[in-house]
Design a protein around this ligand. Structure first.
Ligand SMILES: [Fe+2]
Ligand SMILES: [Fe+2]
Length: 177
């Protein structure tokens, strides 16, 4: 914990307990998103599953990075990131969409839903800290940007795979990560 980190947040008029609760909930969401993508990439089958699985695996890695960054900030602010997987579902906002149907197009649709929820979560967090806590604000903006990009990547893939029965032709990612 950083004494000053905590002090700055409190002095800015932020309810620290409420902020830690939201950060921890987002942290739980990230672990669930990580696993949903990771296992989705393993079980995917059907049309263009290899291409879709590759995208899901890439996103999995980025969700784990988000969890890492959130854990660091939670600890700086004197909180404790969820210490047991039991808490991931309990404290999550977006929950977990089990990939019971391994069809790659179905997995894409599930993950698009998850990204849309994540975007709402980070928008809410941004509203809590904007103009008050620059460190958390920077972190939340960074993650929000990634989640918006994730949604767009999956939508592009979903649309291009839907459009053709035989091939997926994702838009070139020039200019995007
Ligand atoms: Fe994320
Ligand atoms: Fe994401």
């Amino acid at each position: 914990m950083g004494m000053k980190a905590k002090e700055l947040v409190i002095r800015a008029g932020i309810d620290l307990d409420a902020l830690l609760k939201e950060l921890n909930s987002a942290y739980c969401d990230e672990w669930l998103a990580y696993y949903q993508y990771w296992i989705g990439a393993k079980v995917a089958e059907g049309k263009m599953f290899a291409l879709i699985a590759q995208e899901l695996a890439e996103h999995a890695g980025e969700e784990l990075e988000h969890a890492e960054k959130l854990a660091k900030r939670i600890i700086e602010l004197g909180g404790t990131p969820a210490i047991s997987p039991d808490l991931w579902l309990k404290d999550s906002t977006c929950g977990y969409l089990t990939p019971e149907n391994p069809d790659a197009m179905h997995l894409l649709a599930q993950n698009i839903q998850g990204e849309r929820c994540a975007i709402e979560v980070y928008e809410k967090l941004l509203n809590m800290v904007a103009g008050k806590d620059p460190i958390t604000e920077h972190l939340v903006r960074e993650i929000l940007e990634d989640e918006l990009e994730h949604e767009q990547d999956l939508e592009d893939l979903h649309n291009s795979c839907n459009a053709s029965a035989k091939t997926c032709d994702p838009k070139p990612k020039a200019g995007r990560k």
